[in-house]
Design a protein around this ligand. Structure first.
Ligand SMILES: C[S@@+](CC[C@H](N)C(=O)[O-])C[C@H]1O[C@@H](n2cnc3c(N)ncnc32)[C@H](O)[C@@H]1O
Length: 234
């Protein structure tokens, strides 16, 4: 697949997209990244991408023209996503949806805002990373890119590892993990995990998974109950 990242800070993506799973996926040809500098789609001497808001108020607003021209030059074949705190909150389901597309285009805002015509007439959807405000869309675009790329078949060597992650197969959180040493400063690894009894280990992990989901994520727990995946009692 191809992922287009439209930004005023192209250098932001250099290192993260060259390392770990996103980097290896690109090296092996599973994904191609095109990082586009919005300023290359301006036409004035100062390469201006922002202007004052109509109606007044604090902060600068990103102009529509560079976004429209950048996207038109890319001729994208898939979703065009504007990163925005006003968007729907990104989930694993979106990552799966994007991972089966031939192309994904992520538009990064900055400053006070992005001209609303980008959301209304260029982007196919608005997505938020969560209920907080970032300085720019780059951090959100990078998080989404990573979540999507790790789902591409072949991106992760051990598919089973991804398949047992939180959110992958159902609403339950993944159980926690331990590794050697068995005793670290008096903090010991649960005995059952060292028993070699696979059925007991499986039951222990399931119990932890359910308990964590119930205690920390009432929304996911309710979903699991609706689907009959867990016992109805609290
Ligand atoms: C300072 S923010 C603008 C926030 C905007 N004034 C508001 O309150 O909704 C600048 C840019 O960062 C990005 N951004 C900020 N928070 C985000 C979030 N939670 N999810 C996705 N993108 C975000 C968006 O691209 C946004 O245009």
């Amino acid at each position: 697949m191809r992922i287009n990242l439209v930004t005023i800070f192209p250098e932001f993506f250099q290192a993260p997209l060259a390392i770990s799973i996103p980097g290896r996926a690109a090296e092996s040809g599973l994904v191609e990244y095109r990082v586009v500098d919005l300023r290359d789609h301006t036409h004035d001497r100062h390469r201006t991408v922002d202007d004052v808001p109509y109606g007044g108020g604090a902060g600068m607003v990103m102009k529509p023209e560079p976004f429209f021209e950048a996207v038109e030059a890319l001729e994208p074949r898939g979703p065009v996503v504007l990163l925005s705190p006003r968007g729907r909150v990104f989930t694993h389901r979106d990552a799966v949806r994007f991972a089966v597309q031939p192309e994904l285009t992520l538009l990064c805002g900055h400053y006070k805002d992005v001209d609303q015509r980008v959301a209304d007439h260029l982007a196919t959807e608005e997505i938020s990373l969560g209920d907080f405000v970032l300085s720019g869309g780059e951090v959100a675009a990078l998080a989404i890119t990573d979540a999507v790329v790790r789902l591409l078949p072949g991106a992760i060597g051990d598919h089973q590892s991804a398949a047992s992650d939180s959110f992958y197969e159902g609403p339950l959180l993944s159980p926690p993990s331990w590794t050697r040493p068995a005793d670290y400063r008096g903090h010991t690894v649960p005995q059952v995990l060292r028993s070699g009894d696979h059925a007991r280990i499986e039951a222990f992990r399931r119990e932890l998974s359910e308990r964590l989901t119930r205690e920390r994520r009432g929304d996911l727990w309710a979903r699991a109950r609706e689907r009959g995946l867990v016992d109805g009692s609290d």
